[in-house]
Design a protein around this ligand. Structure first.
Ligand code: BV8
Length: 231
């Protein structure tokens, strides 16, 4: 069985109603990255950043997995999480809701909270605020458990090992603007993986793939999974 590593981005959740970042009207057209997705922005105005993530957490609560999430869940259930590794840049939980049993959230998760003082993690409340206290150490140092620009993504050593051992790397719904995720196709190809991109339009990294298929994730991904599973 091939070892498949999948990387997903905001585009796989677009048809579930969650905004992407860099498309027309996307999140980065409504907010400056420096203000809401950096540690410096959080230090400057924690209420603004909590408000940004509270709004996304509320929106994500109503979102439902689309056929692309469900197809990847079907594939991971059929071939197992060791053979089908799902790495996502997304902080929503739609892969899990779509049936995936193991997902590596390299940029963290909306529904988790982190204490910047003691490192404790817990399920985030629907609304977080600057004067919340850590349930373990009681410090007023709580933050969303997401990876901001300038911070080190989660699970990187494991992800690079998976890319090294992959037979196939598939990128779905990402513009390829954010590193280190944007380099994963090259990382995997360096040690012999085939690479496939499934995206609505050509991305900043399309030239790094053996094949690129353009279209909506909810069309492309189920068709690709059905092909793999023999229809
Ligand atoms: C790090 C927080 C060191 C959570 C996010 C100069 C050069 C290279 C790199 C850098 C540089 N200067 C700084 C850096 C590093 C920096 C970076 O890459 N900056 C960029 C802007 C140049 N990266 C970092 O700081 C990272 N940390 O490098 O640490 C290190 C690394 C490894 C080991 C040790 C040390 C941390 C990056 C994490 C930042 N946090 N988010 C949150 O709020 O969500 S990033 C943010 O962008 C989200 O996580 C998002 O997932 C991610 C990527 O965006 P996409 O998912 O691709 O979304 P986008 O809107 O861009 O694109 C959507 C795509 O979907 C489009 O192509 C569209 O066509 C397509 N689409 C739309 N609809 C559909 C669709 N496709 C299919 N179907 C559809 N229906």
């Amino acid at each position: 069985m091939k070892r498949i590593v999948l990387l997903t981005g905001a585009g796989i959740s677009a048809e579930s109603g969650l905004g992407t970042f860099r498309d027309e009207g996307g999140l980065w057209s409504q907010h400056r990255i420096e203000d809401v997705a950096t540690p410096e922005g959080f230090a400057r105005d924690p209420a603004l950043v909590h408000g940004f993530y509270n709004a996304r957490r509320a929106q994500a609560r109503w979102a439902r997995p689309n056929p692309a999430h469900k197809a990847l869940g079907r594939l991971q259930q059929a071939w197992g999480p060791e053979t089908v590794q799902i790495v996502t840049q997304n902080v929503d939980s739609l892969h899990e809701a779509g049936g995936a049993s193991r997902v590596w959230h390299m940029h963290g998760q909306l529904d988790r909270a982190l204490c910047a003082d003691c490192g404790h993690r817990w399920d985030a409340p629907s609304e977080m605020a600057p004067d919340d206290h850590c349930p373990r150490c009681r410090a007023p140092a709580t933050r969303p458990d997401v990876v901001w620009f300038g911070e080190i993504p989660y699970h990187m050593v494991l992800i690079w090992e998976m890319l090294r051992d992959a037979d196939l790397f598939v990128s779905i719904g990402t513009s390829g603007n954010v590193y280190p995720a944007a380099a994963f196709a090259q990382d995997a190809a360096r040690t012999g993986a085939q690479t496939l991109e499934l995206n609505l339009e050509r991305s900043a990294i399309s030239d790094n793939f053996d094949n690129t298929r353009l279209g909506k994730a909810s069309d492309l991904v189920p068709a690709w999974v059905d092909d793999l599973l023999g229809g």
